[in-house]
Design a binder for this molecule. Structure first.
Ligand SMILES: O=c1ccn([C@@H]2O[C@H](COP(=O)(O)O)[C@@H](O)[C@H]2O)c(=O)[nH]1
Length: 588
């Protein structure tokens, strides 16, 4: 863990179940490779994961079984370690590559900015040469304009001990927000291509499909159907991401799909046991046993799963990686405090609107103050921000350079359309917050403006009874230390997936999740009494421009991209950090 990271707290644990073939899975790490310095449950860093994987590989070797590591993208954007450097990712590439990953693919965050996609192609793809797969993604060389696959389309290999033949794919969901130096081909088109049709006819023991795709999204269902139609009995394993939740499901009795959360809070575990070699049971459908575990990313858990302790656990390589991270954090001055947050502001742990809601804070305090264009400052305006622009809670205490990017990593700016009839402008927020999609040249799902979790979670989850102790009747529960049969539960994930509610490796007290709207809105410089203004400036984060234009059009406003102008200089992130510097005490 990083210097200054909080110590993990023991909790009742569930063990890992090993099989002939085992996997560790990370996804949507978004630059959190230093771990969560302020949260004990997730305070291990990428170096600790390197040590963990080394011990787990040794155990696999000792027992003659196989262990593979998977990463399903969105490694960037969302933490100072990636975002605070110039250019972005100056330290990240060398840190990330220290983990040996057997199958790796791209997420949408590697593609929003052309420079990020360049970095992916020039650094991460070669760093993971034979293991990087891009089944439906092309890269366009900026010098020649040549379009080429981002990486190999699929990978065929054999495992070390069990000698299992594997055909692996690496997909991205049907993402359309990429910069123009990449091309994402829709999955339903890709699976018709000759190379894919050939690959699913390869003789193999298993198919492994990794993807930056939610495990319940149509893209995975389509891939599953295409493979299964050709291979009635072959096991198919899916590793997904994007939605930022812990999740597992099975598409049929010989398939299994795992999603492993977000922000290096979770290391996913999947194991498969049974007759895996196709020659062991040709054509026979002998039962397979799948297991999954969501490992909280902290040292106590890693000690528990490896049977080691603080002295025996860190490997030389792991220690070196932790040191690399500490050096990078220092060089980036990530602990520099812009101000001291007077309290904790939550994204979804408290209701919106509410006094502890980060969105109410933005709406009531920040947006009115930062959305000011000197030459139009007296003009009434509606200021709209999408809730997905905010990526994490703000904890009471120091608000640092790191926190800035953790909360708001994007390069979005405040844009506006001047002098929109108020009667039309005031209807926009209702359309943006409507369920479903606004019809446009392409279907624009309104949920893409909100936080990714709400792609999977459709109603608030409120834990009315928070258990006080770990003593309950779960057969798999194991006390962490001898004689400790009543360990107080820490707050954390209490995952319920299609397999059951025993997936989390640590038994936690539940955390509430309150749904948030797609967008929030502040009314600024409105007359305090009398008639509403005839016209207003409609100010919004430029990320939601397509939705705003479509909402205006649906209300009879013939507005186009040319009508959208920059409202204030500076990114939203810079404006928010500036607000904090001005309004919160410097020191805690
Ligand atoms: O510039 C941006 C880019 C993204 N967003 C928000 O993020 C989600 C996508 O997040 P994932 O981590 O890929 O799931 C997107 O739907 C937006 O809500 C943004 O606000 N600005």
């Amino acid at each position: 863990a990083q210097p200054g990271a909080v110590q993990p707290v023991p909790g009742p644990m569930r063990d890992l179940v090993w099989g002939k073939l085992n996997f560790l899975h990370t996804t949507d790490t978004h630059g959190w490779h230093a771990g969560h310095l302020q949260e004990s449950q997730y305070s291990a860093d990428w170096g600790d994961y390197v040590s963990f994987a080394e011990h787990m590989r040794k155990r696999a070797d000792d027992n003659g079984v196989d262990l593979l590591l998977v990463d399903t993208g969105d490694r960037v954007e969302g933490n100072g370690l990636y975002d605070a450097s110039s250019p972005k990712g100056k330290y990240y590439y060398d840190i990330f590559r220290q983990q040996h990953i057997d199958i790796i693919c791209t997420g949408n965050h590697e593609l929003y900015q052309a420079a990020t996609a360049d970095g992916e192609h020039l650094r991460t793809v070669p760093n993971f040469k034979d293991n990087y797969i891009a089944s439906n993604l092309d890269y366009i060389d900026p010098r020649t304009g040549e379009r080429m696959p981002m990486a190999q389309r699929y990978r065929k290999f054999q495992t070390k001990h069990q000698k299992l033949d594997i055909v692996a794919f690496g997909f991205l969901f049907d993402f359309t927000g990429n910069a123009n130096n990449t091309v994402v081909q829709p999955v339903r088109q890709t699976i018709k291509e000759t190379w894919f049709q050939h690959a699913i006819r390869e003789k193999t023991d298993l198919f492994v499909v990794i993807g930056h795709v939610g495990v319940r999204m149509q893209e995975f269902q389509d891939i599953f159907r295409a493979i299964r139609d050709q291979n009635p009995a072959t096991p198919i394993l899916f590793f997904g991401g994007h939605v930022h939740i812990r999740d597992a499901t099975a598409y049929d009795s010989r398939s299994f799909a795992l999603a492993s959360g977000r922000y290096l809070e979770t290391i996913g575990w999947m194991s498969v046991d049974g007759d895996l070699k196709s020659t062991e049971a040709p054509q026979a459908k002998t039962a397979l046993r799948f297991n999954r575990r969501y490992i909280d990313n902290n040292l106590l858990g890693m000690y528990h799963h490896t049977g080691l302790d603080s002295k025996t656990f860190p490997t030389e390589h792991g220690r070196n990686v932790s040191a690399m991270i500490a050096k990078a954090r220092d060089a980036l001055d990530l602990d520099y405090a812009f101000g001291c947050s007077p309290k904790t502001y939550w994204m979804t742990r408290t209701p919106y609107p509410g006094e502890d809601s980060i969105y109410s804070w933005l709406e009531e305090e920040v947006l009115p103050d930062i959305a000011v264009n000197e030459s139009r400052k007296d003009k009434p305006r509606l200021v709209i921000a999408n809730t997905g622009a905010i990526r994490f809670d703000i904890f009471k205490g120091a608000f640092t350079r790191d926190t800035t990017y953790i909360v708001s990593p994007f390069l979005s700016v405040l844009a506006y359309i001047p002098d929109v009839p108020y009667a039309m402008a005031k209807k926009v927020i209702r359309l943006l917050n409507g369920a479903g999609q606004i019809m446009g040249p392409e279907l624009m799902d309104n949920r893409f403006m909100a936080i990714p979790e709400q792609l999977a979670i459709h109603e608030s989850i409120i834990h009315h009874q928070v258990p006080e102790s770990g003593a309950h009747s779960d057969a798999q529960q194991k006390p962490l230390a001898d004689g400790q049969d009543r360990i107080p539960l820490t707050e954390g994930y209490t995952t319920r997936d299609d397999i059951g509610s025993d997936g989390d490796d640590t038994i936690h007290a539940g955390i509430n999740f309150y749904m948030v709207p797609n967008c929030i809105q502040a009314e600024v410089a409105f007359p305090s009494s009398g008639d509403p203004p005839e016209t207003v400036d409609l100010v919004f984060l430029d990320f939601i421009t397509p939705w705003v234009l479509m909402a205006l059009r649906l209300n009879g406003g013939d507005y186009h991209r040319d009508d959208v102008q920059l409202y204030v200089e500076g990114t939203f992130t810079e404006l928010m950090a500036g607000w904090i510097e001005k309004n919160w005490p410097r020191r805690c």
